[in-house]
Design a binder for this molecule. Structure first.
Ligand code: FMN
Length: 295
């Protein structure tokens, strides 16, 4: 039996994300087991950007990331559900996405699984970048994106009551183990992304795959002509692995440029004073950490 992992971005128990994920599962015809993972239940620390995961194949942060990776590895398919907070997906997806390089070490167990994404916003039209962020999350984890949608509903359970959400939920349920939903809206010919940045001379960049091209607006709908770049990040699993190897090569380049870089960074070491968080002491109450130099 297939195992579906529903990643729930909302910290709210029995909130819209959780309920919608369960509704999607309830309408999937293939027999499956539904497992749910609320990201905020886990202690996931911020990536420190040390690259030890690539260089030494281990992460110095002590947290629950390993448990999350195990859950990803065990799943056959994903439902990614996140609420809109402040015009974007809430921070939980980004917290995991920023640890992506550590997931590379187990890419064979994790990548290439089908997924549907769903964002829930409280006010119609005020989802901001939520869909792009959910699509980016699924792309980063090399999931096969079958479909993604934005639903509306503010109070817990409201998304289940809204009639307009019902066909979207059914569509997501049908898509997970079937062909990707064909979107009639104009999109990136490379990745299917539907968010763009526009520049002079009809130049355009897809915000999902970061590739560039031109947009033709002479017809009824804009048509995007976008080509691959010399450094692809995400279009294929090989791109992602090549990017990982490129990052590893940066280690050697860092060795070569170290002296030059040190000269630059040293100039900024003593500038300004840092405001520190409270420090716990053994002897007395918490006190503010000393203002200090250099981070
Ligand atoms: C801190 C915060 C910020 C929010 N910002 C937005 C927003 O920018 N746009 C919007 O449409 N809804 C916003 N909402 C509403 C939520 O998207 C909405 O209540 C949603 O149903 C929450 O999903 P949940 O029940 O799964 O937590 C915000 C909610 C919170 C708590």
């Amino acid at each position: 039996m297939k195992k579906i992992l529903a990643l729930i971005g909302s910290p709210r128990k029995l909130g819209n994300c959780e309920i919608v994920a369960k509704m999607i599962s309830g309408q999937i015809k293939e027999p499956h087991e539904l497992n749910l993972l609320r990201i905020s239940d886990f202690n996931i620390k911020l990536c420190r950007g040390c690259y030890m995961c690539l260089i030494k194949n281990k992460c110095p942060l002590k947290d629950d990331l390993g448990l999350v990776i195990d859950a990803f590895a065990e799943a056959d398919a994903f439902i990614v559900a996140a609420p809109t907070y402040c015009l974007g997906a809430n921070a939980s997806l980004k917290l995991l996405a920023d640890r992506i390089l550590f997931f590379y070490s187990r890419n064979a167990e994790i990548w290439g699984k089908p997924a549907v994404g769903v964002g829930v916003a409280g006010i119609e039209g005020k989802e901001g970048s939520t869909k792009l962020q959910i699509d980016s999350f699924m792309t980063l984890f090399q999931m096969q994106i079958k479909a993604s949608e934005i639903l509306y509903g503010a109070m817990p359970g409201e998304a289940a009551l809204e009639d307009a959400n019902k066909p979207l939920i059914s569509g997501l349920a049908n898509a997970l183990f079937n062909d990707p939903v064909k979107d009639s809206a104009p999109g990136c010919p490379l990745c299917g992304g539907d968010t763009f940045r526009f520049y002079e001379n009809n130049r355009v960049r897809c915000m999902l795959c970061s590739n560039e091209g031109k947009v033709d607006t002479s017809g009824l709908f804009p048509v995007f002509h976008i080509g691959t770049s010399s450094h692809e990040l995400l279009l294929t699993q090989q791109d992602a692995l090549s990017h990982g190897q490129w990052l590893q090569q940066m280690k050697q380049k860092f060795g070569e440029d170290k002296t030059k870089l040190k000269q630059v960074t040293r100039q900024y070491a003593d500038m300004g004073s840092w405001i520190r968080p409270l420090e716990k002491t053994d002897t007395g109450p918490e006190r503010r950490g000393q203002r200090g130099k250099n981070g």
